[in-house]
Design a protein around this ligand. Structure first.
Ligand SMILES: *Cc1c(COP(=O)(O)O)cnc(C)c1O
Length: 390
């Protein structure tokens, strides 16, 4: 797709060639089952354990605190369901505190824990930027709290939460704190000691690793049950033969991300700032969603009044630009996403969202082309949006 410009790095990223190279021997050369006793098994086990060590050193934790999962979503599921169930067993706690703006991997798990398992959820209110303050957590937390879950950076609007401060509040109350760092990992520091987290979810495909592999960091001593039972892999927390090449790929991608973090930021931030400046200046009835400063450096997101966001994405795609609204907005009877509602946008604004996220392959020429086309395309989408868009 030579004429198409990819501006959706928050949805996923291509696998870095060096990551692919690191993975490749583990498909058919070193192909053993890490649980086998013989040398094929030992070699595969050595690869998984070396990947685990790399990751633990990047996160500043112990290797045995790293649990490989199949994706960020599974990590979120294990963190919430596993810890909620174990905390109830341990202390009788039944309340889950989660931000209003969480990814569905967290929010739908919390809802299931309430509807099926008898927990209660308190949705923590965000400010107008979609952020949670430590005061909000401090006012809600109590000894009936089983778990607090607040994401590191928001996938839809890019806002970064004060995770370290929130973690300190949870620690003072001795309540497990989980952060979904899936979107943050490409750009933000991941030291679990400074972040004060007990559980942290990651997924490789958001930072130039492969899809289908995730990690959950679990601090030693955190109450947690496995949610997938079977063999004793992953410290008994995630049964199933490890995905050896992908675990190797995860580690390679994470190490590369740490090495290149500053260059990657310096590359995307000025391009992102140009997009924000131009759109807010040239498009009437437009606003930036999420925090103007405390946001991911590759991320900008907007709301346009009286614009059908899905239609806008279709028109952009036809013009050669792959963007997103940042949420899975259904056609038919569209509802603004929970995040748009959390930041206080009314329906006529909340349905017209646009997320533009940059990455390693983005060039200044891409942004020139995008900014030349986008005001006209938004105008076109607005003209085609039915009058009674309410
Ligand atoms: C992408 C994403 C997920 C889901 O991760 P997968 O690896 O795609 O399952 C969860 N949370 C956030 C914030 C994300 O951006």
């Amino acid at each position: 797709m030579i004429d198409h410009i990819y501006l959706d790095y928050a949805a996923t990223t291509p696998v870095h060639p060096r990551v692919l190279g690191a993975m490749s021997p583990y498909f058919n050369e070193t192909f053993g089952n890490p649980s086998s006793i013989h040398r094929y098994g030992q070699q595969a086990e050595a690869a998984v354990e070396s990947a685990r060590e790399t990751i633990s050193s990047e996160l500043n934790c112990l290797p045995q605190e790293i649990v490989f999962t199949s994706c960020g979503t599974e990590s979120d599921n294990l963190a919430l369901r596993g810890t909620a169930l174990a905390m109830r067993e341990k202390s009788g706690a039944t309340w889950i505190l989660a931000s209003q703006a969480e990814h569905h991997a967290v929010s739908k798990t919390a809802i299931q824990l309430a509807e099926v398992y008898g927990f209660q959820v308190e949705w923590l209110k965000t400010d107008k930027y979609g952020a949670i303050t430590q005061e909000t957590v401090a006012n809600a937390i109590c000894k009936d709290t089983a778990l607090v879950s607040v994401m590191y950076a928001n996938n839809e609007i890019g806002t970064v939460n004060p995770v370290s401060e929130i973690g300190a509040v949870c620690r003072a109350h001795n309540i497990p704190f989980h952060t979904d760092a899936v979107q943050a990992a490409a750009y933000l520091p991941l030291d679990v000691q400074t972040l004060n987290v007990d559980l942290m979810s990651l997924g490789a495909h958001k930072f130039y690793g492969p899809k289908g592999i995730g990690v959950l960091y679990v601090r030693t001593g955190t109450p947690i049950f496995p949610i997938q039972t079977g063999g004793g892999q992953e410290n008994g927390l995630r049964a199933g033969t490890q995905n050896v090449p992908y675990a190797v790929g995860f580690a390679a991608a994470l190490r590369l991300t740490k090495e290149e973090r500053v260059q990657r930021m310096d590359h995307v931030r000025p391009l992102r700032d140009r997009i924000v400046g131009t759109i807010l200046e040239e498009v009437p009835d437009s606003l930036l969603t999420g925090h103007p400063v405390d946001r991911l450096p590759n991320h900008c997101s907007f709301a346009f009044k009286d614009v059908d966001g899905n239609l806008l994405l279709t028109l952009l795609d036809a013009a050669g630009f792959a963007c997103s609204s940042g949420s899975a907005c259904k056609t038919g009877n569209p509802e603004p996403s929970e995040v748009m509602t959390a930041i206080g946008l009314s329906r006529d604004w909340g349905l017209g969202s646009l997320r533009v996220t940059l990455g390693a392959g983005t060039t200044p020429a891409h942004i020139d082309a995008f900014l030349k086309a986008v005001p006209g395309i938004i105008q076109q989408a607005r003209a085609l949006t039915p009058d009674k868009w309410e």
